[in-house]
Design a protein around this ligand. Sequence first.
Ligand code: FES
Length: 141
Amino acid sequence: MNAIEELLKKQGYSDKGINLYINKEYFGEMKHPSINYSYTGPCGDTIEIFIKLFDNKIIDVKFLTIGCVGAFIACSALTSLIKGKLLEEAEMINEKQIKEYIGKMPPEKLDCICLAKRTLNKAIKKYKCTTLKDGIRRLKD
Ligand code: FES
């Protein structure tokens, strides 16, 4: 275990959470996403999510964050949980399931999970509104 991993362990993160932070599997940008949304929470941290859909299924997902360790871990967990899911299934994943996926986390970092989930919810909501407006426009044409 290296110095950063030891520090994170002392702060109260689970081994799974530490691995999510170290590996950052879905961290990065995506070209031509179906959904792209950026949200800044009350703590001042920003999360951006990119989703690629095929037949309403999440075939790829990425995130960026200007945020704390908790934000990286929460986003990594959330993106791992939603990849391969239908959009409606991804929407149903709640904060408790994200927390269970991560395991132990410092109590003051639980808000980071809420911020990640809120960003996803807002991204999906914007996508659905845009899709609906496009459908209405096509009906009027
Ligand atoms: Fe803002 Fe962690 S404190 S996301």
